[in-house]
Design a protein around this ligand. Structure first.
Ligand SMILES: C[S@@+](CC[C@H](N)C(=O)[O-])C[C@H]1O[C@@H](n2cnc3c(N)ncnc32)[C@H](O)[C@@H]1O
Length: 245
């Protein structure tokens, strides 16, 4: 079983990954980011949608939203979030390596480092190929990850985050000549100790852009934040956008 198939990762550490301020931030981004701007009726796929972080604001802005995730527990949360917000979205349980709907979308988003989970680089390429097929001509894909160059600025610093009466200690290890990252998280709350390890591919802007181009995306651009600022020494994220011709 791949680490990403283990619900204990997503449910057990949900308070760390999906705190209330991230939902509020998603609302702000969808309302204000030039990269996430949607028009009423746009068909949008949120690939690896988690608990509906961006599904809800995208639907609130009039998009016809499909959220895909492998975790049933995350989809239950996404469904509840839609109900609370009184928005409609189609929620589908599927593996991103297998989910293809030819020509069905105007925009596909993959947010918050939900790309590069597979050890076999071919599997990550398959995800991009599936998305390319699922876009209508002129449709766009947006992938948001932590870029290798940004990450290099703070790798090795131990991090501790206070969450819900406990503390989560995070330690990062760069693997395989800077191609992969393992993040070990330990949550300590009273006598309770919970551990998990997350693995992902570390992409430089040039590497991720190259993958987009390899599967046929055109007009591929890299941004350093959701305000569409350049991917430079001030970047906070690596956001790559490509168009299906
Ligand atoms: C870091 S979370 C991000 C969730 C959401 N995009 C957000 O911004 O909050 C990654 C999500 O990817 C999902 N996931 C992991 N492996 C997957 C796969 N093979 N296919 C589809 N979803 C997957 C997890 O269940 C989890 O909900």
């Amino acid at each position: 079983m791949g680490w990403y198939e283990d619900d204990d990762v997503w449910v057990g550490f949900a308070d760390v990954m999906f705190p209330p301020h991230r939902f509020a931030e998603a609302e702000r981004l969808v309302a204000g980011s030039p990269l996430l701007k949607v028009a009423a009726g746009d068909r949008v796929l949120d690939l690896a949608c988690g608990p509906g972080t961006h599904v809800v604001p995208l639907a609130r802005h009039g998009a016809v939203v499909t959220g895909v995730d492998l975790s049933e527990a995350m989809l239950v949360r996404a469904r509840e979030a839609c109900e609370r917000a009184r928005v409609r979205a189609r929620l589908v349980r599927a593996d991103m390596r297998e989910h293809v709907e030819p020509g069905a979308y105007d925009l596909v988003v993959n947010m918050y480092t939900s790309f590069g989970y597979f050890t076999d680089p071919g599997d990550n390429l398959v995800v991009l190929r599936n998305v390319h097929t699922s876009l209508a001509p002129g449709g766009r894909l947006l992938v948001d990850v932590m870029g290798k160059e940004v990450f290099a600025g703070w790798v090795g610093r131990p991090q501790a985050v206070d969450v819900d009466g406990g503390t989560v200690y995070m330690r990062d290890t760069v693997l395989d000549d800077w191609t992969r990252l393992r993040s070990d998280w330990t949550w300590v709350r009273g006598d309770e100790v919970r551990r998990t390890s997350l693995h992902s591919t570390l992409y430089s802007a040039a590497e991720l852009r190259g993958l987009f181009e390899a599967v046929g995306f055109t007009d591929v651009e890299c941004f350093g934040d959701f305000d569409a600022s350049p991917y430079d020494n001030h970047a906070r994220r690596l956001i790559v956008r490509g168009t299906r011709a």
